[in-house]
Design a protein around this ligand. Structure first.
Ligand SMILES: [Zn+2]
Length: 348
């Protein structure tokens, strides 16, 4: 087996790793480089399409044997973003979970140059071995800020390799990470692991951050604002619980609402499991009239199902929707006076 790290060894993100066994070649992730911070303006500088796209033989119908597939570990741009600026050869299947596909399609509605995911998508499932070319892969759920993130056991030529993707052990899915550690994976020849935080010896855990937020909320009047990724459902679920415990609204924009509703629907359809994340029917959840809500509502192509669209209308407790920061003494059907606003639609 031959391993080529095309990107991600010298920098954080942009992971693209090629595995070859005989004629068969696959990619593990095809990430876009992370934005860089301009030292003068202090603003994020996003990579150009030319900087994102890699010229790997067999990726873009270049007359060479097409790659046998691309396996995406999770729906963060630094792991799938290479797929977006230029569609890969339709003969190259791109493997991800059904939930990841939904989330990537929702993200495609939001960025400044909204670009749809155009690729031949195939779905893998947690714990169910699947074959891509000469490689047999098994996906293990990891704890990460993405709703779903996977490590893979990869087998070919009698060799056994682990690719971890991103992971941590202090989030809401820490039990999944523990299960991965305890799984009987047999002898492993090589592990390719993320090292983003490998030089950081300690830092606040997810629970400590949420405790800090809760102590800020405690006894405070008026709105509390939280800036986080709109797809970080660990944080959003915890914020919803804090809001409920403190008699507040959790105000979200249409982007987060669509993520919540789509994922809940998808997981229910796929596995019959009721995902324990906030639902749009929750009394303390309010969708506010933010720019992201307008963008989602305007989006006509691939629009969400009508049921979701109806619920995406901003709540009209006051004529223009709830006004963040204003008290709502006569808010319909509840004594919840304060907002707890998460406006994350523009943050990726
Ligand atoms: Zn990630």
């Amino acid at each position: 087996m031959k391993i080529t790290v095309h990107r991600g060894a010298e920098e954080v993100g942009g992971n693209t790793i090629e595995l070859q066994s005989g004629e068969s070649r696959i990619l593990l992730d095809y990430g876009a480089p992370l934005p860089k911070i301009d030292p003068v303006t202090n603003k994020s500088v996003y990579p150009t399409p030319e900087e994102i796209v890699l010229n790997i033989p067999g990726l873009y119908a270049d007359g060479t044997r097409p790659l046998d597939g691309i396996v995406i570990s999770h729906n963060h741009g630094d792991h799938y973003g290479g797929l977006i600026p230029k569609p890969v050869d339709p003969a190259v299947p791109v493997w991800m979970t059904a939930a990841m596909e939904e989330l990537i399609r929702i993200s495609g509605k939001m960025p400044r140059d909204a670009t749809e995911l155009r690729a031949t998508i195939k779905h893998y499932r947690k714990g169910v071995p699947f074959t891509v070319g000469a490689f047999k892969l098994t996906a293990y759920l990891m704890d990460h800020s993405a709703p779903e993130a996977f490590a893979f056991l990869i087998e070919a030529e009698g060799k056994r390799l682990i690719y971890t993707g991103d992971y941590r052990k202090h989030g809401n899915k820490r039990a999944a990470f523990q299960q991965f550690l305890e799984a009987d994976l047999g002898p492993i020849d090589l592990m390719l692991t993320e090292g983003t935080q490998s030089t950081v010896l300690s830092g606040p855990t997810q629970q400590q951050v949420l405790q800090d937020i809760e102590s800020l909320v405690n006894g405070r009047e008026g709105a509390v604002y939280v800036m986080c990724s709109g797809q970080d459902l660990d944080v959003i679920t915890s914020l919803s619980e804090i809001a409920q415990a403190h008699g507040r609204y959790l105000a979200i924009d249409g982007y987060i609402a669509l993520v919540l509703e789509t994922l809940k629907d998808q997981v229910k359809r796929d596995s019959g499991v009721e995902l324990q994340i906030p639902g749009l029917g929750d009394e303390h959840l309010k969708i506010i009239d933010a720019p992201a809500t307008a963008k989602i509502a305007r989006h006509r192509q691939n629009s969400p199902p009508a049921r979701v669209r109806r619920r995406l209308r901003p709540h009209a407790a006051s004529p223009g929707g709830l006004e963040v920061g204003e008290r709502q003494p006569q808010a319909a059907n509840s004594g919840r006076a304060h907002l707890f606003a998460v406006l994350a639609g523009e943050i990726r």
